[in-house]
Design a protein around this ligand. Structure first.
Ligand code: BES
Ligand code: ZN
Ligand code: ZN
Length: 476
């Protein structure tokens, strides 16, 4: 698919089909009026997600009940899916409002809605080659810049979707590490890969234990984008469980499928690193990924084991399926020990089923101590189109992680509040001076889509990428 901007006279723009937005279910604009009878005959009401293709008239009508960015994203994704099912080669329309906000929403809808993953299909779909021409009265520098930026972000989200959708036998820690090395080369950023010997030498017994029974060795990936002029230093830490079987606390079969998506946090970090370097944002950004596979076997770590993390904290394992926090604990310590002058430290993880129970499958949970920082994240979310909700810490919940034998237990003693107690477990590994700089983002809900919604087809959604880019851009 190719998206271009044009300020030529609309009538002169050469395209096979024209797209018409039907706003607020009203058929009163000039473009729509003349088709009113036909639309009514076809029972088209102009509701959200409603698309009608009139092949004789060479027009596609799409409903858009409100003119906010998210409705535009959804409408344009419905259109592009409709077109994908045809042999239409080109489409034109006039932008509804000559603004960057509208343009980026349109591009998001087209770019994210048209995604499909057919790598493992023996019969591949034809490459999608449609040309979308967006007519604006004035193609300003700002509009061109917005188009480029939005395309770059969509590309990264779709790359993350490809990674997460890839089956675990084809995407294990070593592959994740070489993917990061290749990405770093392409984006001209730094990449360091640390193996299990390094983890052992550095006392990262918590992360090491999780990967012990896997035939794939764990890797710690550290990507650095360090531009000459930078205003802030941001650290992103991602859970990269290339597969989570649950370990000896084995998941029931129904819950194990989709666990290839447990690498979504780490994958999002890869996507974000690609965007920040391509857009040349004036921010130093570090991406740290704990790439590990949680399996069973004679040498697996066990409930009852006591592990020691990099900061010396001892952890009683009571459930090997609460493994993400064990990996992140050491990654968070690694980040704080090795990166100077951190302004923000954000972690991304498909950490708990409890977060999905609390907020539903569309929304990521945001946790942390700093309310101002949380609000920055909420604002970033509302601009990006990703959904987030706050899950509040309190003074009582940390007590649920008490252990009789070690400093802390890896699961809570209560069945309730599991997303927050997981966040509070991570808090034990955030150093005092960084408490107010840290946010934990649990993406377990939106990371993997089992029933398509919005502009997300089945499979990985790329959650976290657009959210974080929006957060970073707001820092400038
Ligand atoms: N990767 C899972 C969390 C998860 C669940 C992600 C569903 C996406 C969808 C995590 O490692 C896990 O298994 N967590 C346990 C924690 C429990 C043992 C305290 C959970 O949520 O059940
Ligand atoms: Zn688990
Ligand atoms: Zn997990």
């Amino acid at each position: 698919m190719q998206i271009t901007l044009s300020d030529e006279k609309y009538k002169k723009i050469d395209a096979e089909f024209e797209l018409v937005f039907v706003l607020s279910k009203k058929f009163d604009t000039d473009e729509v009026k003349s088709y009113k009878d036909t639309l009514e005959m076809m029972n088209f009401k102009g509701e959200d997600e409603e698309v009608l293709l009139l092949s004789e008239a060479k027009k596609i009508f799409v409903g858009c009940e409100k003119l906010d960015p998210e409705s535009i994203r959804i409408a344009s994704s419905c259109v592009i899916r409709k077109i994908k099912a045809t042999k239409i080669k080109s489409l034109k329309f006039s932008i509804l409002e000559n603004s960057s906000e509208h343009l980026s929403a349109l591009v998001d809808g087209f770019g994210l809605g048209s995604y499909s993953f057919d790598k493992y299909k023996s019969v591949k779909k034809e490459k999608f080659k449609v040309e979308v021409i967006i007519h604006c009265d004035d193609v300003s520098k700002e509009m061109k810049h917005t188009l480029e930026e939005s395309l770059e972000i969509c590309k990264a989200v779709n790359m993350v979707r490809d990674i997460v959708n890839t089956p675990p036998d084809d995407f294990y820690p070593d592959i994740m590490a070489s993917f990061a090395v290749d990405l770093a080369k392409e984006c001209k950023i730094e990449c360091k890969i640390y193996d299990e010997k390094y983890l052992a030498d550095e006392g990262m017994g918590s992360m090491l234990a999780v990967g012990r029974a896997s035939r794939h060795k764990s890797k710690l990936i550290h990507l650095t984008y360090s531009p000459k002029k930078c205003k802030k230093t941001v650290v992103l830490v991602g859970k990269g469980l290339t597969y989570d079987s649950g370990g000896l606390s084995l998941k029931p079969s129904d819950f194990m499928t989709t666990m290839k998506s447990d690498k979504s946090g780490g994958s999002a970090v890869l996507g974000i690193m690609q965007v920040v370097s391509r857009l040349k944002l004036p921010i130093e950004v570090h991406g740290i990924i704990g790439a590990v596979e949680n399996m069973i076997g004679g040498n697996a770590f066990k409930p009852d084991d006591v592990l020691k993390a990099k900061n010396g904290t001892t952890i009683e394992v009571r459930n090997t399926d609460a493994e993400g926090r064990l990996v992140l604990a050491d990654c968070l310590c690694y980040a704080q020990d090795n990166i100077q002058d951190i302004d923000y430290i954000l972690d991304f993880a498909t950490l708990t089923g409890a977060c999905v129970v609390a907020l539903g499958e569309y929304t990521s949970g945001v946790m942390g101590h700093n309310n101002k920082l949380k609000h920055q994240m909420f604002e970033a979310a509302s601009k990006s189109g990703e959904l987030v909700g706050a899950l509040p810490f309190n003074r009582y919940l940390p007590k649920l992680l008490k252990s009789e034998i070690a400093d802390i237990c890896n699961i809570s003693s209560s069945r309730y509040g599991g997303a927050i107690t997981a966040g509070l477990f991570l808090d034990k590994f955030i150093y005092e001076e960084n408490k107010d700089k840290w946010l934990h983002i649990d993406i377990a809900g939106p990371a993997f889509v089992e029933k398509p919604w919005g502009y997300n087809p089945h499979g990985a959604s790329g959650a976290g990428v657009r959210l974080t880019i929006s957060f970073l851009k707001n820092l400038l």
